[in-house]
Design a protein around this ligand. Structure first.
Ligand SMILES: Nc1nc2cc(Br)ccc2s1
Length: 239
């Protein structure tokens, strides 16, 4: 999997050389390339923004540098196998399902906006050429798309076959298919008693059926308490 990052702050992506992601890069599982959008400007100030047409506060990212960067980094021919991700507060929700879909693609290009955002024609042009995902991580606004791109990267790359040492651990996480869309149950390890707090007895019973039921019940309880939006009527009936 090749990952490209277009940003006016490419240094944000130095962190991808650390930890498991760094190991994946070493193993050739992922190839990471960060690009400075200003390399595709031609004026002395390396200008990437301008005032918004129609007025309004702030600045908008000019389309020209993006277009020239796309030409050099991706190419000038349409290719739906290239996935271009625009993190955006107005994007569609980024979910584990989207992460799973992206984990099987060969190439992802992350376009990290700054200021008030990117000229919309850049997204329209990208849609005419590649497979585009405008995605939101939640109902809050960051100063740019870089942090969101890093979060999306981690959620996607950890699902790439061969990345995680123990793929079984993926099956039991919150939002995984194995969890039936429920939140993960509470986890415990040794010591059995810690500062007057004990591990639930059932988890020490060795009774696998009781343990599985306790875990399922806890997942249902937590999901109903914290994420009623995840428990649609059908799921509620099943639980
Ligand atoms: N939650 C998010 N906020 C932002 C802000 C900018 Br500017 C660009 C992308 C994103 S994603």
């Amino acid at each position: 999997m090749r990952l490209d990052y277009l940003s006016i702050f490419p240094g944000y992506f130095d962190v991808l050389g650390i930890s498991l992601l760094g190991k994946a890069a070493v193993n050739g599982l992922v190839d990471v390339y960060a690009h400075d959008l200003r390399d595709w400007t031609h004026d002395r100030h390396r200008t990437v923004d301008d005032t918004p047409c129609g007025g309004g506060a702030g600045m908008v990212m000019k389309p020209d540098p993006w277009g020239e960067a796309f030409d050099e980094i991706i190419g000038t021919e349409p290719d739906p196998s290239v996935h271009v991700v625009f993190p955006s507060p107005s994007g569609e929700p980024f979910t584990q399902s989207v992460a799973h879909d992206l984990s099987s693609v060969e190439r992802i290009v992350f376009c990290c906006g700054r200021y008030e955002g990117i000229d919309h024609r850049v997204i329209d042009y990208a849609r005419s050429m590649w497979t585009v995902h405008e995605v939101s991580l939640g109902d809050y606004v960051l100063n740019g798309g870089e942090v969101a791109a890093l979060a999306i990267t981690e959620a996607v790359v950890r699902l790439v076959p061969g990345f995680m040492g123990n793929p079984q651990s993926l099956a039991e996480e919150s939002f995984s298919a194995g969890q039936d869309g429920l939140l993960e149950y509470p986890l415990f390890t040794r010591p059995v008693s810690w500062r007057g707090l004990d591990v639930p007895e059932v988890l020490m019973s060795g009774h696998h059926g009781r343990i599985a039921k306790w875990r399922r019940d806890e997942s249902i309880r937590l999901t109903r308490e914290r994420r009623p939006d995840l428990t649609d009527s059908d799921v509620s009936a099943r639980h």
